[in-house]
Design a protein around this ligand. Sequence first.
Ligand code: GLY
Length: 569
Amino acid sequence: MRKTLLFSIIFCDILLISCISNNNNTVFQYDKQILADSAMVVTAHPLASDVGIEILKSGGNAVDAAIAVQFALAVVYPRAGNIGGGGFLVLRKKDGHAATLDFREKAPKASFRDMYLDSLGNVIEEKSRFGHLSVGIPGVVDGMIEAHERYGKLNNFADLVAPAINLAQNGFSLTFQEAAILNKFHADFEKYNTKENIFIKNKQWKKGDKLIQTDLAKTLKQIQAKGRDGFYKGTVAKQLLAEMNRGNGIFKQDDLDTYRSKWREPLIEAYKNYKIISMPPPSSGGIALVQMLKTVEDYPIKDWGHHSTQTTHLMVEAERRAYADRATHLGDSDFWEVPRTSLLDKSYIKTRMSSFDPSKATSSDSIQAGIITNKESEETTHFSIVDEEGNAVAVTTTLNSNFGSKVLVGEAGFFLNNEMDDFSAKPGVPNQFDLVGAEANAIEPEKRMLSSMTPTIFTKDDKLFMVVGSPGGSTIITSVFQVFLNVAEHDMSMKDAIHNLRFHHQWLPNKVFIEEGALSETVITDLEAMGHIVEIRKPIGRVEGILIQENGIIEGAADNRGDDDAEGY
Ligand code: GLY
C-alpha cells in the first residue's frame, strides 16, 4: 500500500516535470552527462530513467530497477521498449559474479524453414517484416520475472510494474521525436491492424500531446497481479491469440505455455587488463565484439590516434573479418553448433589477420565465409544501470523494427515484434533481392533468431569499469566496439566517447559507412586510395553508457542522437 502511494507521488512528479517543461517549449529536461557518487540509470527516455532512479532510491537493486525501466519503456517508448518483444540482460554483481539472461523471442512451433518464400523460391520480404506472420513468441515478460526471481532485492514484483501502469493510465507528454515517429508509421498502423486503437484513432500527433494507453494499463495490471500467467495465460493470452487469428498468425497457446527465458553462460574474455562480460549466442554481439577487440589489441592504436587513417583502416579490417564469421558460424546455440572457443581463440584471430595489409583494403570477396544480409532493422533500445552497492546491469531489448510488426494486440494495447525477420529467410542462397543468409540462422520451430544486441559490462583490473550497449541492428556491435576504444585507448570521457561520430563496416556490403563528419576529408581520401568505399549514412547507434572513473565517481552518459537521458545521485 505504502509503495503504491509512493509510486503515485513519483508519477505526479513526473507529470509536473513535463507540464513545467512544456511551458518552456521543451517536453523534458534531458541530461546527457551526469556525475554521481552512488548510482546511475541511463535510458532512451527521461521518464524511464526517473522510474529506475526511484526504484533504486526505494531500496531496489540494479535488477529491480532494470525490470521497472523495461516496463516503463514499454509505455513511454512504444517503438522499441516493449512487452511484445525480447532481449538480453547482462549482470555483474558487486562481488564479481556475472550472469546473462536470454529472453529473445522464439519461432512459433508451426514455423518452418521456407515460410517466407513464394512458389518460385523467392523471398516475400513483406511477410517476414510486417504483420502477424512476422511475430516471434515474446520473451520480455518471462525474462523480467525470471530476473526478479533470481536476482531481485525488492520482494514485491508488483511494485516494479506499478510505475508503468501509472504512466499508461494517466498518460505522458510526447516528445517531438516520438510524435513524429507515430505520424510516420500511421499508415502502417492502419494497414496491419483490424481493431481501432489509440495509435490509429489519432492521426496527427504533435510534441506535448498526452498519450494515454488504457488497454496497455489493463494488460500491465494483469502482469502485476498474476506474473507470468498474467501474460502467457488468461485474458491477455486470449487477446493475443485472437489477434493472431484475425491476421492469420501461426502461434498458439502451446507456444505461450512453453516459452521460457534462459540463463546462458556469460561470455567473459580479456582485452589487455580489461575483462569483457557480454552476451553469448543467440546474440552475435559478444563473440563479434571480442573478436574485433582481440584483433586490434596487438596494434598501437593509441599512438596512431583516434579516427586516424591507420586506426580506422585497422578497425574496419577487424570488423570485416568478424562480420564474415558472424554470417556463417553464428546462430542459436541450442540448434546450431557455434564454434565459440575456436572463434575466440587468439591464434585463430591472428590467422584471420594474415591477409591484413596496412596500406590496402582487403577485398571482401577474398574473406571466405557465408553471406550476410543488410536487412537488419535498427530500432532497438538499450539501458545501463549501476546501483549503490556497485551491481551493474546492461539490458538491450527490441521489437526489431520501429513498432515491430506494426500489429498492436487489439484490446491489450501492446505492439508485437517482427523478430522473425532476423532469421535468414533463405539460407545459403542469394536470391534476386539479395536476401540471403546462412544455415546457422535458418528458421526452425522454437529456435531463437540471431541477434546483434550487445549489452556489455567491462571491468578494469577486476573493478567495474563500464556498462554499455546500443540499438542499431548490425551497427550495434561496432558502436560498442568504438565507444569502448574511445575510452580505453583514446582517454575520452563516457560522454565524449558516446557523442563522438561513428563508422561501420560489416563485410557485405563492402563499404565503410560513416556518420557525416565522422572522418576528416584527408582520412576519407586516404581510405579511398587504399581501396575502401566510403559512404555517408544516417546516425549509427544510440549508446547509453556508465563509466566508473578512477576516483570512484560514476559518469552516466546518454546519446545525443535522441531523447536519451542519464539520471544519477
Ligand atoms: N532485432 C535486432 C537484433 O536483435 O539485432
